[in-house]
Ligand binder design. Structure first.
Ligand code: WT7
Length: 660
């Protein structure tokens, strides 16, 4: 285990792979915030009362009248009558308690720059930016778009919106301008906060100039705030665009946090669904903040004065919203924020940051762990990781080998691992071990948290005590999405129609084992999970068919050792011919330009025809069988079964059309 060449690490991993369960480490359990398994029964006796007790840890301007109003299910309301402000809970209350000089973020830039941002500094900037937005006419309820890299200003931007009741709509920096445009259009954003340019692996890319390409088509955006970041030339339009630093300097430094209703919208976050149109997941204030603060504290066993927490996600995803911004800040934690890629400047950057800032709690995705495994133990071995005391994963099922590697190589066999299952829609973690209580099993997110009622059912909704089926949630929870922005019908249809109006349909397949542990298998809808990022087959297809040479396209998620799933597309070209390598490259770029690099197909297969049912629906199940080299399932419902033989021979002759 101590050797640096990795040999006996492999032996140890092989040995531990035979171990089915891992009890909480004794020392950890002895000091843990939660160590009494009685919490489950306590919450079960009175779930609403249980959540009300968690909500009491927040600062409320006015206490709620009702904890849960389910009279208009599935449009649930939590903490009605209560008034609070998320930015007040994340900043003011800590500063008022004398913790203003505490570091909120140890920020590290790509080129090694370091910046410690305190709670007081964040608050000062948030107040000024909130005033600047207000001065430009932003009112409660107005949506503000945010398209920023991993810099402290993204946190300021989110909390400034929260301060004045303007829901933010953050778009991940890796999305293409076209994806930003449609998300701004769908949400009718009135302002956009962005940067001159963004840095990535030693290069910079112009952002403001790219954004300008669509701003003229979105007249609703009356204000664009531009953070000077990469030193790029930023074209500025008089009257509409303003530099962030100038806006802050000109703004009033005082700005009281608005007392907002518990159900006031906090943010919209677009995520992929089963159609090409992304869904605007709407989260509100009181329930969401209760859920993220509680789970962040309980699952990470947060000791705010001792711990240093590092979540490697991007703020542009729900993980960043809940577990970089709102959860940790509501709890007054100190976090590490890194601007760059996990392998830049070198593959040891995360471990360097862990050593440098004394990280004790670390949260990442299985795909990242698999990448680290591939790079080798030499990178973590360059650094002292002995302060780490808890590890977490999120985003996709973790394969036992990656779990055990994480446990041995990063956790030094002393850190419990929490495999946290949740979704953009759920707002916060719902299924996870509690580190001082739950014995873990590599690959299982284990049990629903106290107060959460999850079950595995068959197609007819019958509960399976022990077996594989569909995951459902039978009881509302505070951080749940409240609706799909501007589309309540789609909200009901997507989540609350399969098993009735009070049962949330998750969209995941799962197995429940004899101990009641849940093993999430993956999506059952047309959603692909690439490196823990959600993409819809329909979005990729619509990007492809917008290319002049593409007649038709079908995208599927194919099992991938590195990224969990990768995108494989079957493309029929205009005219009677196959494409060549140049066209493969061109189409991949085309998708990257339309959606973002994360949607770039890994593999393109030319297809004369696609397998369709008599009613014309593409049978993706068969395409998945072909791509993964499986025996074909039932083909009798196909309009033309001979299509399949043709495709199979093509796939067999060209296994690797494209590199990663
Ligand atoms: C989907 C949600 C939650 C933040 C990141 C992804 C999959 C998530 C796990 C886990 C197995 C997981 C599910 C889920 N997923 N966490 N611990 N084990 N699968 O958020 O983009 O909303 O995707 O990610 O399939 O439905 P998202």
């Amino acid at each position: 285990m101590q050797a640096s060449d990795g040999t006996d690490v492999d032996a140890r991993i092989a040995e531990l792979l035979d171990q089915e369960t891992f009890a909480p480490p004794e020392e950890f359990a002895a000091n843990a915030l939660l160590s009494d398994p009685g919490v489950y029964a306590e919450a079960e006796r009175d779930p609403a009362g249980w959540w009300a007790r968690q909500a009491e840890d927040l600062d409320w301007f006015e206490r709620w009248d009702t904890v849960l109003d389910d009279s208009e299910a599935p449009f649930y309301k939590w903490f009605e009558g209560g008034k609070l402000n998320a930015s007040h809970n994340c900043l003011d209350r800590h500063v008022e308690a004398g913790r203003g000089d505490k570091v909120a973020f140890h920020w590290r830039g790509e080129e090694g720059e370091e910046r410690d941002v305190t709670y007081a500094e964040l608050l000062a900037d948030v107040k000024r930016l909130a005033n600047a937005l207000r001065d430009r006419g932003i009112e409660p309820g107005d949506v503000v778009g945010i398209y920023l890299p991993m810099i402290p200003e993204v946190v300021v931007a989110m909390l400034a919106c929260a301060r004045i009741g303007a829901p933010h709509n953050v778009v991940f920096g890796g999305f293409a301008p076209e994806s930003v445009r449609e998300r701004m259009e769908f949400s009718e954003a009135k302002a956009l906060i962005t940067v001159d340019g963004a840095r990535r692996k030693g290069k910079t890319a112009p952002v403001k100039a790219a954004v300008d390409g669509f701003l003229d088509s979105l007249p609703a955006i009356e204000t664009v705030v531009v953070v000077r970041n990469a030193g790029d030339e930023a074209p500025m339009t008089d009257g509409r665009d303003v530099f962030y630093d100038e806006a802050l300097a000109a703004a009033d430094p005082e700005c009281a946090a608005v007392a907002l209703d518990a159900e006031h919208p906090l943010f919209v976050l677009y995520t992929s669904g089963s159609t090409a149109k992304p869904k605007g997941i709407l989260h509100t204030t009181g329930g969401y903040l209760t859920g993220v603060a509680y789970t962040h504290r309980a699952l990470f066993d947060l000791q705010p004065d001792e711990d240093v927490y590092f979540c490697s996600a991007d703020v542009g995803w729900i993980t960043g919203h809940s577990y970089i911004v709102y959860g940790p800040l509501a709890n007054g934690a100190t976090s590490v924020m890194y601007e760059g890629a996990p392998d830049y400047p070198d593959k040891d950057i995360w471990w360097e940051l862990c050593e440098r800032y004394g990280v004790t709690l670390f949260y990442t995705a299985p795909t990242a762990i698999r990448a680290c495994m591939k790079w080798g133990v030499e990178y973590p071995r360059r650094h002292d990781l002995s302060k780490l005391r808890l590890l977490g994963t999120v985003g996709e099922p973790i394969n036992p080998k990656a779990w055990v590697w994480y446990h041995v190589v990063i956790g030094g066999e002393r850190c419990p691992i929490i495999d946290t299952w949740w979704q953009t829609e759920t707002g916060h973690v719902l299924i996870s071990p509690i580190p001082g209580i739950t014995a873990t099993k590599p690959g299982s997110a284990t049990r629903p948290l106290p107060g959460i009622d999850a079950a595995v059912v068959d197609r007819d909704g019958n509960e399976l005590e022990d077996g594989t089926g569909l995951l459902i949630l039978r009881r509302p929870w505070p951080g749940m999405l409240r609706t799909l922005y501007k589309d309540p019908e789609r909200f009901k249809e997507t989540y609350f129609s399969k098993f009735g109006p009070t049962t949330y349909f998750v969209g995941d397949a799962a197995r429940r084992d004899e101990d009641g542990c849940i093993w999430v298998i993956g999506r059952v809808d047309d959603v692909i999970n690439v490196s823990g990022h959600r993409l819809s087959t329909a979005e990729v297809e619509s990007a492809l068919v917008s290319h002049p040479r593409v007649a038709e396209a079908a995208a599927i998620g194919q099992a991938d050792d590195d990224t969990g799933q990768s995108i494989c597309v079957f493309v029929t070209l205009e005219g009677d011919q196959d494409g060549d390598d140049d066209l493969v490259a061109e189409l991949r770029e085309h998708v990257a330009t339309r959606i973002g690099k994360l949607a770039r197909p890994k593999r393109i297969v030319w297809a004369d025809d696609l397998p369709k049912t008599r009613s014309g629906k593409i049978m993706r199940r068969l395409l998945r069988d072909i791509a993964e080299g499986r025996e074909l399932g039932d083909v009798t419902t196909l309009r033309d079964p001979s299509v399949m033989a043709e495709l199979e021979s093509k796939v067999a002759s060209r296994r690797d059309d494209a590199d990663a």
